[in-house]
Write a protein that binds this ligand. Structure first.
Ligand SMILES: NC(=O)C1=CN([C@@H]2O[C@H](COP(=O)(O)OP(=O)(O)OC[C@H]3O[C@@H](n4cnc5c(N)ncnc54)[C@H](OP(=O)(O)O)[C@@H]3O)[C@@H](O)[C@H]2O)C=CC1
Ligand SMILES: O=C(O)CCC(=O)C(=O)O
Length: 447
């Protein structure tokens, strides 16, 4: 089996040699899915995984825009349309200086499996730009978004490809992007998700990724007759996913003690309650400030410059910032300090060495493609509401979100249970996600 996996990975590496993040994401899937394919006659000899690792379409384009001083800037825009076997391409847009083809291909590849796990009819895609919204005025962000959409609009549509937010793309950016799409195409359709509530957005979409991650952690703990209540929780990031993961933990009676950004982490040993979290939201969403500003109001908290929060003792860790933010040494520290559950809110935040350490220690570990699927699932619900031209209540959407997260958890158990009763959620998520897409690809022939 190892030979088969190695031969497959040699081919992937040969074709994508300068794309380390993409290779990392494919390796993790190959290790769990190739043994499954070998044991299931219908998938054998069809090169399905080789077809799945090649994007159906990779679009790259120039984005020129003018800053407030009249200077002209050029950024690179992308959309990776990875797989449309089970529905229109669906996945976020990331605006961050580290964006390149490798990062977006890993995200698009993960998205295919994640979207399949939601049980909703969505293919996988991802896009974005190396544009950095940090330090830009609202007008500059608007001009960039408008310029980006003048090109992207010809490649997307409500039945073709439906982008949404990701790092650096929130409600403000979605508004600007939607405005330009509507103007050029002269249509008001559900072409983007994460829209404002008064113009087609779904209730709970802003909360969904963070809430869903905690619902998933709760399901894992409940499978061990345990609970979030009373547990100390370490969270990284302080953006959309981290904020609402913190909110749900607080609502369920857990104690959140950290949040972070690329400058470092804050540690509040008293716990970040609802009032303190509201201040974090003001810092991040309104003032567009730094997490260290937290100490302006809550002076007894500590700020650890340039560090990640994994050194803080906790029972539950929720990495909610970015890829490869938690390495093998961090994992060992978490385990030494008594961590029993890790649920990824970010995409691929744990390195392969960290995942290996969690598995070896037999703790509960959920990969992002399962535990952070609540965001895109609620985007799927937004698409349904747009098509039906109706709007569900907060309670209705939250109920559906909870059911979807529970069903994803159960699918992981179905496909990921080891003989000794330990659930390998990575294996479970990869195989459950693969089966639905592979069956659709088989039915549709070699295209
Ligand atoms: N939004 C969504 O619905 C979904 C998001 N995700 C994933 O969740 C993660 C967070 O996304 P989201 O909250 O939306 O993004 P935001 O832009 O709202 O927040 C990102 C947070 O991560 C921090 N961060 C980003 N890059 C780094 C880095 N290199 N090192 C340290 N910290 C970093 C940011 O800090 P700083 O401000 O200093 O850059 C910020 O606190 C991403 O992995 C994303 O792909 C997954 C599913 C859905
Ligand atoms: O809601 C969406 O379509 C995007 C979600 C996303 O980008 C993700 O799940 O990583």
């Amino acid at each position: 089996m190892e030979d088969k996996i190695n031969a497959f990975m040699e081919e992937v590496k040969g074709r994508n040699s300068h794309e380390p993040e993409f290779i990392q994401a494919v390796q993790e899937v190959a290790e769990t899915v190739i043994p499954y394919i070998s044991n299931h006659e219908i998938y054998n000899g069809k090169n399905i995984l080789l077809r799945m690792v090649e994007p159906e379409r990779l679009i790259s384009f120039r984005v020129s825009w003018v800053d407030d001083d009249g200077e002209i800037h050029v950024n690179r825009g992308y959309r990776i349309q990875m797989n449309s076997a089970i529905g229109p391409y669906k996945g976020g847009l990331r605006f961050h200086p580290t964006v390149n083809a490798s990062v977006l291909k890993f995200l698009a590849f993960e998205q295919v499996f994640k979207n399949s796990l939601t049980t909703l009819p969505m293919g996988g895609g991802k896009g974005g730009s190396d544009f950095d919204p940090k330090g830009k005025s609202d007008d500059e962000v608007m001009r960039f978004c408008h310029a980006f959409m003048t090109e992207l609009c010809r490649h997307i549509g409500p039945n073709t490809d439906v982008p949404a937010g990701d790092i650096g793309v929130g409600a403000r950016e979605i508004g600007f992007l939607f405005g330009m799409y509507k103007k050029i195409r002269n249509e008001f359709t559900g072409v983007l998700t994460g829209k404002g509530l008064s113009w087609g957005g779904s209730k709970i979409r802003p909360e969904a990724t963070g809430y869903g991650t905690v619902y998933f952690a709760q399901s894992m703990l409940q499978s061990k007759k345990d609970d979030v209540k009373g547990k100390t929780v370490v969270i990284s990031g302080s953006g959309n996913v981290a904020q609402y993961a913190a909110e749900k933990v607080i609502q369920l009676g857990g104690k959140v003690v950290t949040l972070s950004d690329s400058g470092g982490y804050i540690y509040d040993k008293e716990g970040i309650d609802e009032e303190k979290l509201a201040f974090v939201m003001e810092i991040k969403n309104k003032n567009r400030g730094r997490i260290s500003d937290y100490l302006d109001k809550y002076t007894s908290a500590e700020f650890h410059k340039g560090k990640t929060p994994w050194e803080v003792p906790c029972a539950i860790a929720l990495p909610c910032a970015t890829q490869n933010e938690l390495d093998g040494n961090d994992a060992k520290t978490l385990l030494k300090n008594g961590c029993i559950c890790v649920a990824e809110g970010a995409n691929m935040p744990s390195t392969p060495e960290a995942i290996h350490a969690f598995h070896e220690a037999r703790i509960l570990f959920a990969p992002g493609k399962a535990s952070n699927a609540g965001g895109v699932a609620t985007s799927g619900l937004e698409m349904s509401q747009n098509s039906l031209r109706i709007s569900w209540t907060r309670e209705e959407v939250d109920e559906r979100l909870q059911k979807i997260m529970k069903d994803i958890h159960d699918s992981c158990i179905d496909y990921g249970m080891d003989e000794d009763g330990y659930c390998n959620y990575v294996k479970g998520a990869n195989i459950a996600g693969f089966v639905k897409v592979a069956d659709a690809m088989l039915a549709q022939g070699v295209i």
